[in-house]
Design a protein around this ligand. Sequence first.
Ligand code: SF4
Ligand code: SF4
Length: 451
Amino acid sequence: MQTSFTPEQLADPHVEHSEKILRSCVHCGFCTATCPTYVTLGNELDSPRGRIYLIKDMLENDRPADEKTVLHIDRCLSCLACMTTCPSGVNYMHLVDHARAHIEKTYKRPFMDRLIRNILALVLPYPGRFKASLYAARLGRPFAPLLKSIGPLRRFGAMLDLAPKTIAKPSPYAKPGAHAPASERRGRVAILTGCAQPVLDPGINEATIRLLTRIGVEVVVPEGEGCCGALVHHMGREEKALEDARRNVDAWMRQVDNGGLDAIIITASGCGTTIKDYGHMLRMDPDYAEKAARVSALAKDVTEYLSTIDLPPPSVDPNLTVAYHSACSMQHGQKITTLPKTLLKAAGFAVKDPPEGHLCCGSAGTYNIMQPEIAGQLKARKVRNIESTRPDVIATGNIGCITQIASGTDIPIVHTVALLNWVYGGEKPAGVPEARPGQRTSLEALVEAAE
Ligand code: SF4
Ligand code: SF4
């Protein structure tokens, strides 16, 4: 794609980076076929190519964002399916991040839009505030249908709909400290506690720590870590996102310097994608560039780390059918596609790939609150595809997807690591059917082995 930025514009390193990305796009349109918003809405401006044109026009003319550009950029899920499909290696993620920061600086959103975005940014990244809001949501839940029928309030209705019916007790595993290995030490890792996940499902990190310590890995929950910054980053609030990133880099580097770390374990793939990008986000900060790059290199999804370790023989033969839902941030953001399924198969599960697995479930951070209609259509499509595989249980690696899909199906959905922890000596996750050892036919076993 030809561009015509002036030398003055290109003196801004953000513009210079985006210009390179724009020039790499050959506008072939392959990406449109796998873009969930284009597939759902059928509008070129809701496709990656259309958005790239809108961003180019906005940046090249150095103009404030307008309503049309904001509408179509806001509808983007940041699922990054377009990056997986693109044959030219267009880094759409960095381009849309730049566009969102530009929108945030130059566009005044309508009042309700500003209000709900401020509420989300002030509540979700803070576990205490988020938990209090879930209790409030329990009281407000009966009003969800009414709120959803009033245009400007429909997002509050969507929020109430998503709030879980029961609120989990806090886990002692979320507190800062070290968890010693139960057998001879074979590694030392830090684990990201995060913000929303420990409130919605503290059992995920609990299962991870129990599994890792059982197989000889020391797990540290570092003092001072918090939200990875993804939520505000996707809102274009660059400074706040960088502040979060710096705080986490400091917390993890203290551990690197005091005892060393083999990895920083992340159990929410949405956070993993952002932390693996800290090196880029902080590249212009002389005090943090190098440390952030080290942190990004150490960041590993829990399934990536488990794949590097010899696991003991399973203590349970689950023999259940698992539909594996690959979160967009896992498959498109981090390019982790086969590892979680390989681990589940080795643990004795029959793993099914639902059709249209590349399409987002509509969760996408706060997308299901900000764009409830499109998110609802994507959820229904995802649930239909998952249910067509007739699984006993659904596994995935991202809390956002768990919340979104659980609100559309009765099939239990759990984090992949919760199933692995069960098979390798831990507790069975709540809601998952009992193991059915010995019922799989030898033909099924042969087919799975061949896969
Ligand atoms: S597939 Fe890649 S090169 Fe083709 S239009 Fe989409 S972003 Fe541009
Ligand atoms: S990130 Fe997802 S929704 Fe956004 S343009 Fe790319 S494929 Fe479409």
